[in-house]
Design a protein around this ligand. Structure first.
Ligand SMILES: Cc1cc2nc3c(=O)[nH]c(=O)nc-3n(C[C@H](O)[C@H](O)[C@H](O)COP(=O)(O)OP(=O)(O)OC[C@H]3O[C@@H](n4cnc5c(N)ncnc54)[C@H](O)[C@@H]3O)c2cc1C
Length: 306
């Protein structure tokens, strides 16, 4: 596979988890998980945070956890590499081909499209916001919440502060639950709310930015990252598909032993490779070491969400 070994798919310059007073997530849970997994981290108080990254304006009680090895996956490059690897292994890619219906067909499945019906012996479904629609013929309906989110790239007043060589990715663990990136892939930092959008369906979503959402983002950077203020370079909308516990689903389609499905529930991109392997193992062998109860489709938080 010529060239892929030198093709940069990631950028690891560190990540910050920021915990103001009364955070919505407990820092100790993060620290415990990192200790258990042997992840290196540093705990910084507000003064140490600001000394190292002066772009941050925070009050004294903010606690920061810095992970040196955290970073960013270059998503569209990573998708392109997955496509190229699939082609090299004999896959036929059919972009822009809508599956109208999946149904059991003997020991396998039939996938109807507008022009023909495809038959297969095993199947992986990764339809995210459209998952319930795709799996309705199997009697499956998960209590998914679909939100229209919006990410903004700013033409920052102080671009040097958001240089990806020095500025880490970050998450703000309080309401509004914010996250952002340095200038990576765009000539300005990205800032968004985690789960701040209105609830939609794939049919009702629009591609129009929401001014109320933009006001929350601008209010946050005005208070905490004033160097990021500037005209938006680009505002993009996208869909978040959330399970009630915001944990993944990796399982067999109910009633089958050769069809699997997976949901990344708004934080699954970084796991795409291992999710793909797991879903293929499930579809071909009916089992995978990753088919763990935490990601099962019949766990109580999905079957009895109330
Ligand atoms: C704003 C935002 C920020 C995110 N940030 C992060 C992050 O920081 N880290 C992280 O790890 N993850 C993140 N994610 C989540 C991550 O992007 C998703 O978990 C991941 O993209 C899900 O991949 P998927 O292949 O399951 O679904 P998708 O990428 O949504 O793909 C589903 C595909 O199914 C197709 N499809 C649907 N119905 C049909 C049909 N009937 N016939 C044919 N095709 C169909 C759709 O066209 C689509 O291409 C973020 C997501 C968003 C929206």
């Amino acid at each position: 596979m010529i060239g892929l070994e030198r093709f940069e798919l990631g950028h690891a310059r560190g990540g910050l988890d920021l915990f103001p007073r009364d955070p919505i997530d407990e820092p100790e849970a993060f620290l415990q998980a990192m200790r258990e997994e042997g992840v290196e981290y540093e705990v910084l108080d507000a003064a140490a945070l600001v000394e190292r990254w002066p772009a941050w304006h925070v009050s004294d009680e903010v606690l920061a956890i810095h992970q040196r090895d955290a970073g960013i996956v270059a998503a569209s490059r990573a998708n392109a590499v997955h496509r190229r690897l699939a082609l090299a292994r004999g896959a036929d890619l059919l972009p822009d081909t809508r599956v109208e219906r999946i149904s059991p067909d003997g020991d396998g499945f039939a996938l109807e499209t507008a022009t023909r019906t495809y038959r297969c012996g095993s199947l992986v479904v990764a339809a995210d916001a459209w998952m319930n629609e795709m799996l309705a013929p199997f009697g499956m309906h998960l209590p998914l919440r679909i939100l229209q989110e919006q990410v903004t790239y700013f033409d920052a007043a102080d671009p040097a502060s958001f240089d990806p060589a020095t500025f880490p990715v970050w998450i703000w663990h309080s309401a509004p639950h914010m996250y952002g990136l340095p200038s990576f892939g765009q000539p300005g930092p990205k800032v968004a709310i985690h789960g701040g959008g209105r609830e939609v369906t794939p049919e009702t979503r629009t591609f129009e930015p929401d001014p109320g959402y933009a006001a929350v983002v601008e209010g946050f950077i005005r208070e905490h990252l004033p160097g990021a203020i500037g005209p938006p370079l680009e505002v993009r909308t996208c869909l978040y598909t959330l399970t009630p516990d915001q944990d993944f689903v990796l399982d067999l389609v109910p009633g089958t032993s050769n069809a699997s499905f997976g949901l990344g529930t708004a934080h699954g991109f970084k796991f795409a490779s291992v999710f793909g392997r797991t879903l293929v193992e499930l579809a071909l062998d009916g089992a995978s070491e990753w088919r763990i109860p935490r990601f099962a489709a019949d766990r109580p938080s999905l079957t009895q969400p109330a």
